[in-house]
Design a binder for this molecule. Sequence first.
Ligand SMILES: [Zn+2]
Ligand SMILES: [Zn+2]
Length: 238
Amino acid sequence: MEDSKDVMWDWSGNNLRVKVLFSSAGLATQILVNNIEKDSNLLIDVGDGILRDLVTLPGKYYENIDIILITHGHFDHVGGLFSLLAFFRMINRSKKLLLISPSNVVELEGLVKTFFESYGDSIPFELELITIEKDFEIDDILISAFPVQHRGSIIGGKKLPDIPSVGYIINKNTERILYTGDTGYFEQLKEYAKDVDYALIEGTYKDKKTKFHLTHSEAEEIGKLAKHYQIIHQIMSR
Ligand SMILES: [Zn+2]
Ligand SMILES: [Zn+2]
C-alpha cells in the first residue's frame, strides 16, 4: 500500500476504502471505492468535474477503475460520464470497463450511444453495459442494488427492474459499504443501513421539501444504524 498516504480516504476498512471525490445536490456526486487487495477501483456515479477530481489522485487510481456504478440518470450523477469515457480513450486505456446501472436510465443510454457513435472502432477498451436487477458478483466483490424513492414516479422498496433509480451495497469478505443514491425516506432504508461498515447517506435538505430526498435529520437517523456514516449530497445554498 505504498500510495495509501497519497490519498485522504474518508473511510478505510480491511478490504475496501472509500473517498467521496465530490458530492453536492444538483452539482455532482462521485465516489471512489478502492479494493485494497486487488488495488482496483470502482467509481459510483460520475457527475461533472470528474476529471478534475480524479487527476488530483495518483494515476493508478483512475487508471484502474474497472467498474462504474450508476444510481440514476440525473445530470449530477451522470453528467461527467462522456468526459471520463473520452479521457479513457485519450490515455489509451486497454482494460475492460464495466458500466453497471438499473434499467431504463435513458440519459445514460444516450451518453453511451453518442460515445460509441463518435469514436466507434477507435475506442481502445471494451465497454460492457450491465443492467443490474439485484445482485452482481465480480471477482471477490458482491454488488447489490436496491430500489429507492426518487425521480418523482416511484416508491422505494418496489421491485426492480422497472425502477430506474437505485442505491448500492458493496460487499467484500463481509465488509459492507452502502450508498443510498438519491432517495426519499422509506422504512426499508433502515434495514439496508443496519450494521453496514460504512454508509454514505444522501441528506439533501435541512428541512422537509420533497418525498424524493432525505433531510439531514432523516439521514442522520439512518446513518446511526451503520457502524460509520457520512452524509453527502447536501444542497449548496444559493
Ligand atoms: Zn442528485
Ligand atoms: Zn437525482
